[in-house]
Ligand binder design. Structure first.
Ligand SMILES: *[C@@H]1O[C@H](CO)[C@@H](O)[C@H](O)[C@H]1NC(C)=O
Ligand SMILES: *[C@@H]1O[C@H](CO)[C@@H](O)[C@H](O)[C@H]1NC(C)=O
Length: 327
C-alpha cells in the first residue's frame, strides 16, 4: 500500500471547480517531524464537503454525516479501516527507512489524494496523486502515469513491489470500490446533497480606502450549495471593480462570501448588491446602499418622539405623586 497516496491541496480546485462532476476522495497529510515522530492526518471528501475524519490514535474512521457509509456493510467498513491502518503504518515506516535514499530532510510533509470522479455522462475516472512539500511526485489518472515527477514515482514503485498484492489492492480500491461507494453515497446522502438553503445578505462599510472614498461591503451568508454570484451594480450595470472574497465555510455546512467595492463617497448612493443563487428560484436578492441607513433613520425618527413622550408621562406621574405625597 505504500504510496496509495492521496494529494496536494493545490489539486483540489481542479475537482471542485467543475460543477458537472462529483468526486469522492480521501486525503492524507503526513508530517515527518524527525526520525521517530510522524503525524498522520486523514480525511474523506465528497466534492468540497468533508464527510470523514480519521482518528490516528485508534486507527478508526470518523463518520461526519449519517450517510457517510453509503451502502457499505459494517464488515466492509471494518475491512477498509484495517487497510488504512496498515497503510498508514507501512507508509510511515517505509518513508522513514528510505529518507536517505530519497534524499529527504526532516522535517518534511507528504500529502496524498486518491479517489474517483463521476462525470455528467456517467463516466467515472479514478485518480491518485502524491506530493512532497507541495510538489507532485506521483500523479495517476485511471492508471496512466504523467511525465511529471516520473523519476521519484519509479523509485517508489520499486519499493511497492516488495509488498505482494499491494498494487492489486490499490487498483481494486480505486477502480471498483471507489466508484461503487461514490454512487451509493450520492443515493444515501441525496436529501442532504440536493438541499437548497437561501442566503441572507447585509451591507456594511469597510475600513476607508482613502480620503473621500468608501469601501462598500456586501456580506452573503448561510447559502447552500456553494456556487453563488454576487455583484455590485449601478442599476443594471455590473461594477467591474467588484472584488470577490473566497467562499468560506460556516460551521453548519453552509457558505459565506463577501464582495467589496471601493467608490468615491458621493457615488455610493444608488449602488446595489445583487445576489444570484440556485435556492432563490430566479428571484435575485438585491440590497441598495443607503436604504438600510434610511430605514435606520426612520426607526430613529419614530422611536425618539415615543421615548420623549413616555419620559414626559413618567415625569408627570412622578411630579403628581410627589405633589400628592406632600399633601
Ligand atoms: C522528535 O520530535 C518529538 C516532538 O517534537 C520530540 O518529542 C522528540 O524528542 C524528537 N525526537 C528526536 C529523536 O529528535
Ligand atoms: C451499493 O450501491 C452501488 C451503487 O449504486 C451498487 O452498485 C451496489 O450493488 C450496492 N451494493 C449493495 C450491497 O447494495
Amino acid at each position: 500500500l505504500l504510496l496509495f497516496p492521496f494529494s496536494s491541496l493545490s489539486f483540489l480546485p481542479f475537482f471542485t471547480a467543475s460543477l458537472s462532476s462529483t468526486s469522492f476522495h480521501v486525503m492524507q497529510i503526513s508530517s515527518f517531524v524527525n526520525s521517530t515522530w510522524t503525524q498522520n492526518r486523514g480525511s474523506g471528501w465528497l466534492n468540497d464537503m468533508q464527510i470523514h475524519g480519521w482518528d490516528s490514535d485508534t486507527g478508526t474512521a470518523i463518520f461526519l454525516k449519517p450517510w457517510a457509509k453509503g451502502n457499505f456493510s459494517s464488515e466492509t467498513i471494518l475491512m477498509l479501516e484495517e487497510i488504512f491502518r496498515v497503510y498508514f503504518f507501512v507508509f510511515t515506516s517505509e518513508v522513514q527507512d528510505h529518507v536517505n535514499e530519497f534524499e529527504l530532510e526532516y522535517p518534511f510533509e507528504i500529502q496524498g489524494l486518491a479517489g474517483c470522479e463521476l462525470y455528467a455522462g456517467g463516466a467515472i475516472m479514478s485518480f491518485l496523486r502524491g506530493s512532497l512539500e507541495g510538489l507532485d511526485f506521483l500523479s495517476l489518472k485511471t492508471g496512466w502515469p504523467s511525465p511529471e515527477g516520473e523519476l521519484r514515482a519509479q523509485k517508489f514503485c520499486t519499493v511497492i513491489t516488495k509488498y505482494k498484492g499491494i498494487c492489486e489492492t490499490v487498483e481494486k480500491l480505486l477502480l471498483e470500490t471507489c466508484p461503487q461507494y461514490l454512487l451509493s453515497l450520492l443515493e444515501a446522502g441525496k436529501a442532504d446533497l440536493q438541499k437548497q438553503v437561501k442566503p441572507e445578505a447585509w451591507l456594511s462599510s469597510g475600513p476607508s480606502p482613502g480620503p473621500d472614498r468608501v469601501l462598500l461591503v456586501c456580506h452573503v451568508s448561510g447559502f447552500y450549495p456553494k456556487p453563488v454570484w454576487v455583484m455590485w451594480m449601478q442599476g443594471e450595470q455590473e461594477q467591474e471593480d467588484t472584488q470577490q472574497g473566497d467562499i468560506l465555510p460556516n460551521a453548519d455546512g453552509t457558505w459565506y462570501i463577501r464582495t467589496t467595492l471601493d467608490v468615491a463617497t458621493g457615488e455610493a448612493a444608488g449602488l446595489s448588491c445583487r445576489v444570484k443563487h440556485s435556492s432563490l428560484g430566479g428571484q435575485d436578492l438585491v440590497l441598495y446602499w443607503g436604504h438600510s441607513l434610511s430605514i435606520g433613520l426612520i426607526i430613529l425618527a419614530i422611536t425618539v418622539p415615543c421615548v420623549l413622550i413616555l419620559l414626559g408621562l413618567a415625569l408627570w406621574f412622578w411630579r403628581r405623586r410627589s405633589y400628592q405625597d406632600i399633601q
